[in-house]
Design a binder for this molecule. Structure first.
Ligand code: NAP
Ligand code: G4F
Length: 348
């Protein structure tokens, strides 16, 4: 039986990947960090919490990463853990550099010392392309990061290549474009929209405050994307792959389709609030996944309109269950009102 170690197993991708690997017969280990309140809702929601092995570790503690390799004795390491929110990276650029960037090197060093035959997946991001592009992006397009998050991810991208070329480690970069789901964190724009639109439809909220409505993203469905991670590590040789849908849509279109799904007109509820603009933004992202299609046999199964429906219907159903007094693992009922978060961007 193969064994896999997932960093970031409590996050969106980690939870879906754990489910996928369990279905494939893997023994699954996941690192988790001590929090004052446990955060296992996604694993419980997918009903896999009892089937995974949890190893305590933190990305900023390199010996705990080495220990997690020894405990799991993994054949494959999926390095998904990161400070993953671009907005927060402007507020906390230094910790983002450590957690999202330097920890990649810590994990690669741990692999080099413990077992250089481990196959390593790095969660690289389309954010590394940065702002200023107007055409579809592939593995050879130029990188120009536009946030502390993107700069940290670009460092991780290069370290992955350096360990592959310098030490012959089977290390791959998945350059994933945005991918969403009902397990997406509420701070990201898609889930913010689907969740608030569902609340509005049920009379629990009366407006949705957003920033840059013109930003365009290539949004795919997270369960499709974790399959690509696994395919990369089964490939005959290590390489880097863009994973995307090759479609791009604005934040405005996401609003329009979400409210339409609920029989509402988005223009009656959405307000632009300058507090949700970033110091720098990426205005266009669209990915060309033809290398992954040709070499891995991967392609997206779920496109934009279907994704919006899945997210909105799920948030609506959850709030209805909540109104009926049902208790189930879920994040939204405890999520703070974003306008109460006094960040630099929100104050100005
Ligand atoms: P996510 O839901 O925010 O999950 C992030 C994970 O990282 C959580 O499990 C979190 O643990 C863990 N983590 C954060 N800091 C940690 C630390 N110091 N020590 C140990 N664990 C830590 O992110 P996601 O959407 O699943 O994304 C997975 C990865 O793919 C991330 O690296 C992200 O940057 C990258 N990525 C995502 C997308 C996307 O569209 N989703 C696209 C491209 C790349 P807690 O639960 O304890 O906070
Ligand atoms: O949903 P977002 O916060 O995602 P973003 O910045 O694209 O980053 C996500 O995708 C990356 C892959 O490209 C990942 F690497 C990263 O970890 C993360 O998963 O914002 C999307 C767009 C931005 O242009 C933002 O300015 O939506 C715009 N936006 C407009 N109003 C908003 C809001 N974003 C958020 N979070 N909240 C708003 O109110």
């Amino acid at each position: 039986m193969k064994s896999a170690l997932i960093t970031g197993i409590t996050g969106q991708d980690g939870a879906y990947l754990a489910k996928f690997l369990l279905e494939k017969g893997y023994e699954v280990y996941g690192i988790y960090r001590r929090l004052s309140t446990p955060n296992f809702w996604r694993l419980q929601y997918l009903e896999i919490f009892d089937r995974i092995n949890l190893v305590p570790a933190d990305l900023t503690d390199e010996f705990s990463l080495l220990e997690s390799l020894k405990i799991s004795d993994a054949d494959e390491v999926y390095h998904l853990a990161a400070q993953s929110f671009v907005g927060t990276s402007f507020e906390q650029p230094t910790s983002t550099a450590h957690v999202t960037g330097v920890a990649v090197t810590s994990m690669l060093e741990a692999i080099r010392h413990y077992n250089p035959h481990i196959r390593f997946y790095q969660a690289s991001s389309s954010e590394i392309y940065g702002d200023g592009h107007t055409t579809i992006l592939n593995e050879n397009s130029p990188f120009k990061p536009s946030s502390p998050y993107a700069a940290a991810k670009l460092y991780g991208y290069w370290m992955t290549r350096i360990y592959r070329e310098g030490y012959d480690i089977f290390a791959c970069n998945g350059i994933l474009f945005n991918h969403e789901s009902p397990l997406r964190g509420l701070e990201f724009v898609t889930r913010k929209i689907s969740n608030t639109a569902a609340k509005i439809a049920l009379g629990l909220e009366d407006e949705l405050l957003l920033g840059n409505l013109d930003a365009k993203r290539d949004w795919g469905y997270a369960p499709d994307y974790v399959e690509a991670m696994h395919m990369m590590l089964q490939h005959k040789e290590p390489d880097d792959f863009v994973i995307a849908t090759a479609e791009t849509h604005t934040v405005r279109e996401f609003c329009e389709k979400s409210f339409e799904e609920l029989g509402l007109d988005w223009q009656d509820y959405v307000k632009v609030d300058k507090r949700f603009f970033r110091p720098l933004d990426v205005n266009y992202l669209c990915g060309d996944y033809s290398k992954a299609r040709e070499n891995l046999g991967w392609q997206p199964k779920t496109k934009f309109e279907e994704l919006v429906k899945i997210m909105v219907r799920e948030d609506l159903e959850r709030w209805e269950r909540w109104q009926n007094g049902e208790k189930f693992p879920w994040d939204a009922s405890n999520y703070p009102d974003e306008t109460k978060l006094i960040t630099r961007a929100l104050r100005s």
